[in-house]
Ligand binder design. Structure first.
Ligand SMILES: CC/C=C/CC(=O)SCCNC(=O)CCNC(=O)[C@H](O)C(C)(C)COP(=O)(O)OP(=O)(O)OC[C@H]1O[C@@H](n2cnc3c(N)ncnc32)[C@H](O)[C@@H]1OP(=O)(O)O
Length: 733
């Protein structure tokens, strides 16, 4: 018996065990994390050497490959992708294992992902621990499984199941892997021991039927139709991402070509993806999503020095759409929840709605119901003994202030008071309480029980403990929490403002909502800006603009287009004055078949309205090309992102990018707005903003931010070096 040990991220070792009696332990090299990276060349070399030795030595009858520290293999080290490959190449190694004349068994504990699963697929048998997870997540990194995964998996589990796993990158449990036929056995006991036992039981048996590469690939009878359908679906959901489409092409090769030719095709397709901008973007995003948990604030509070306080019981105040979703998230994560809505009728409605949401979700996930965790009340006093409150009432400062005053008097000392406000001043709310250090924002995104993003907003007086507690709470309810500073709209909504503004100006200048939306959707947003506005309700922004004094009594008059000395578009206000609030009224930037309808149709009324508007204001419609639409909308948003970094509202570009991908539909394969700016070239973004600002000097959002200028003047450092430039002003304070 020969055992080769493959850890995910530790010292790599490989050892021989002869006849299971005397162990000869041999360390064959150390690696930073995974077996693919150049440092892991030693590991691949070790596997190759030990496989040769195991095959040579007559005492060795079988081989078990296992991981170290309870993890089989997480796949390639993504950080090493840029580096030159050394050591024995992967694919021949995999072929050598598969061709071995002695049984090779993979003992899968922890994870077998990406190249790790491809290695396991080259073994003759796979034994998995019941808690193991398996998958080919390469597509989420802009790649395809390039070590035979696209050729072996369809041969093992059939084309439809393989296509689903490869194009989504979904991880499966050991139980599902067994059901699909990816593993041969699942055990609750020690998987390595089980694999050794298994290996001994198959010693001497023929391996002819165990080499997946020799299997014929099952060919669906209606092959073309199957692939046409899958390709259509993948193209639709990929929204411009190339990896899922390329994965389908690779699996197609498995069905239509002999194995060796299919492997060649896989290699060609892999190479095109490997160097693509999309792969860079997705790999950047992978680390960005992990980097945001290492938060810091300009005052010096940090994730590693700030201790969260335990939260067992939480209250949600206000059970509208957001409050309901937040209550569901908390209950599902096992928190005791006190849900408060002051009106009896609304409370009852909310209770029914929340129960329905919990039931549907429990059914979908096959999980137990979390009803028992929620107590409903009409009184704020019910929040007296909770550890943390999330206020989720209407976006009305006076109302929120009154609630914070009351909560401060009602809640036990030390209770954290959080607001789900999407834009309002956290500090102003904190000032209503006796302990402003306990106040932070927890900005959820609708639907709150579905959307993965949480902006945790710290004010100047929020304690590090309060920030750490809200961040941890977010993690516990399955959100990606991003810590951001306090300013109007925080990060996400603040950047949305110049984006929306440009979209309105483009309509004034000659574009249509359809044209703007089409350009943004082709870029990869699931919906263009006007469709999103219709969905969220045009009255929401109208209310905010009215509160800000931007909406003048006569929105049709000439003066309506200038506010505070800068250009302003009253187009949204004019629509609202007509009762066009979007989907809910059946009319907005588009028309819908009925109030609440979802399918946006072009509206001739709107086009006439735009023509009349332009005529009234002496605006001559011009032809606006796609590039201008995209640049003006996106670069204005990006410019605000640089301003946010400069102001210290976000600690780094990763925070902004994660917020935009998870909260605003920014296409993941474009990394996020700040990564996109880096890809385009900061000097180019600067140049275009300067040009647009020259043409529109009354639009401050187009004036390039000084941080952007500074970065461009400093030679456009890559995004991972921006923090060095951003942090300088703070360290000098
Ligand atoms: C060219 C050759 C072909 C390659 C094919 C491949 O193999 S591509 C890689 C396929 N593998 C993956 O995509 C796995 C990605 N990782 C995960 O899914 C998860 O990290 C995990 C392995 C399931 C572990 O999850 P867990 O929640 O326990 O930990 P974290 O996600 O927080 O990760 C811990 C730290 O490890 C870093 N890391 C994880 N995976 C990789 C990786 N593949 N390469 C490099 N680094 C990786 C992760 O970034 C965390 O470190 P931080 O410093 O906190 O960022």
């Amino acid at each position: 018996m020969c055992r080769a040990s493959l850890p995910f991220s530790a010292t790599w070792k490989l050892y021989l065990e002869r006849n299971s009696r005397c162990n000869v332990f041999r360390r064959i090299g150390t690696a930073g994390s995974t077996w693919w990276s150049p440092q892991c060349a030693a590991v691949r070399q070790g596997i190759v050497d030990m496989m040769h030795r195991a095959l040579r030595e007559p005492e060795v009858k079988s081989v078990v490959i296992c991981g170290q520290d309870g993890k089989f293999c997480g796949g390639a080290d993504i950080r090493e992708f840029g580096a030159k490959m050394s050591g024995p190449p992967l694919v021949p190694m995999i072929h050598m294992i598969e061709a071995a004349a002695k049984p090779v068994v993979a003992a899968i504990e922890g994870v077998a992902l990406g190249g790790g699963l491809e290695l396991a697929l080259s073994c003759h048998y796979r034994i998995a621990h019941s808690k193991a997870r398996l998958g080919l997540p390469e597509v989420t990194l802009g790649l395809l499984p390039g070590a035979g995964g696209t050729q072996r998996l369809p041969r093992l589990i059939g084309v439809p199941a393989a296509l689903e796993l490869i194009t989504t990158g979904r991880h499966v449990t050991a139980a599902e892997a067994l059901q699909l036929g990816i593993v041969d056995e699942v055990t609750d006991q020690n998987a390595v021991d089980a694999a050794v036992k298994f290996a001994q039981s198959v010693e001497g048996k023929s391996l002819d039927a165990r080499r997946i590469g020799t299997f014929p690939c099952p060919r669906p009878p209606d092959l073309d139709a199957v692939f046409e359908k899958v390709m259509k679906e993948v193209r639709r959901s990929a929204r411009g991402a190339i990896a899922p489409v390329t994965c389908v092409q690779a699996v197609h090769a498995a069905v239509t070509l002999p194995y060796a030719k299919g492997m060649e095709r896989e290699r060609e397709l892999f190479s095109t993806l490997f160097t693509s901008g999309q792969a860079r973007a997705l790999q950047y995003y992978f680390f960005a999503q992990r980097a945001v948990s290492r938060w810091s604030t300009p005052s010096g509070a940090r994730w590693d020095t700030s201790k969260p306080r335990p939260v067992r019981k939480a209250a949600v105040i206000g059970l509208g759409t957001m409050g309901r979703g937040i209550s569901v998230s908390l209950a599902q994560a096992g928190f005791s929840v006190v849900a408060v809505e002051t009106q009896e009728k609304q409370l009852l409605e909310a209770k029914q709605a929340v129960s329905g949401m919990l039931e549907r979700d429990a059914k979908r996930r096959g999980a137990p119901l979390a009803h028992g965790n929620i107590k409903y009340s009409c009184s704020l006093k019910a929040a007296a003994d909770v550890d943390l409150v999330i206020e989720a009432v209407f976006e009305d400062m006076a109302l929120k202030k009154a609630i914070f005053r009351q909560l401060s008097a009602i809640c036990k000392p030390g209770t954290f008071l959080c607001s789900n406000t999407s834009a309002l001043d956290i500090d102003e709310l904190a000032s209503q309480t006796q302990s402003p250090e306990l106040v932070v924002g927890m900005h959820f995104f609708a639907p709150a029980h579905v959307m993965k993003l949480l902006e945790v907003v710290y004010g100047p007086r929020s304690s590090p403990e309060a920030v750490a507690t809200a961040m941890q709470m977010g993690k516990k309810i399955g959100k990606v929490s991003v810590a951001v500073g306090n300013c109007r709209g925080f990060v996400g909504n603040r950047m949305l403002k110049p984006y929306l503004e440009q979209a309105f100006f483009l309509l004034e200048e000659g574009a249509t909502p359809e044209q703007v939306d089409q350009v943004l959707e082709e870029f990869g947003f699931p919906m263009g800006v006007f469709k999103v506005s219709d969905l969220s309700g045009l009255d929401v922004g109208w209310k905010v603009r009215k509160a800000d004094g931007l909406v003048v009594p006569d929105s049709t008059g000439k003066s309506a287009r200038i506010q505070g000395g800068r250009r302003y578009s009253p187009l949204g206000d004019l629509l609202c004055e007509q009762g066009r609030f979007g989907q809910k009224t059946g009319r907005g930037w588009y028309q819908y078949d009925k109030p609440g309808g979802r399918v946006a149709k072009s509206d001739p009324w709107l086009h006439r309205f735009l023509e009349e508007y332009r005529a009234r204001h002496g605006l001559v419609a011009r032809r606006i090309d796609q590039q201008e639409v995209l640049e003006r909308c996106l670069y204005a948003l990006i410019n605000e992102g640089f301003q946010i970094l400069q102001d210290g509202i976000a600690a780094g570009p990763e925070d902004i990018d994660v917020i935009y991908v998870l909260g605003y539909g920014w296409p993941r394969h474009r990394g996020g707005p700040m990564f996109f700016a880096d890809m385009v070239g900061l000097d180019k973004v600067l140049d275009r903003l300067e040009r647009y600002h020259q043409l529109h000097p009354d639009v401050p959002g187009l004036k390039p931010c000084s941080l952007l200028r500074k970065l461009a003047a400093g030679g456009c450092p890559p995004i991972h070096r921006w923090r060095e430039v951003i942090q300088k002003p703070h360290s000098q304070l």
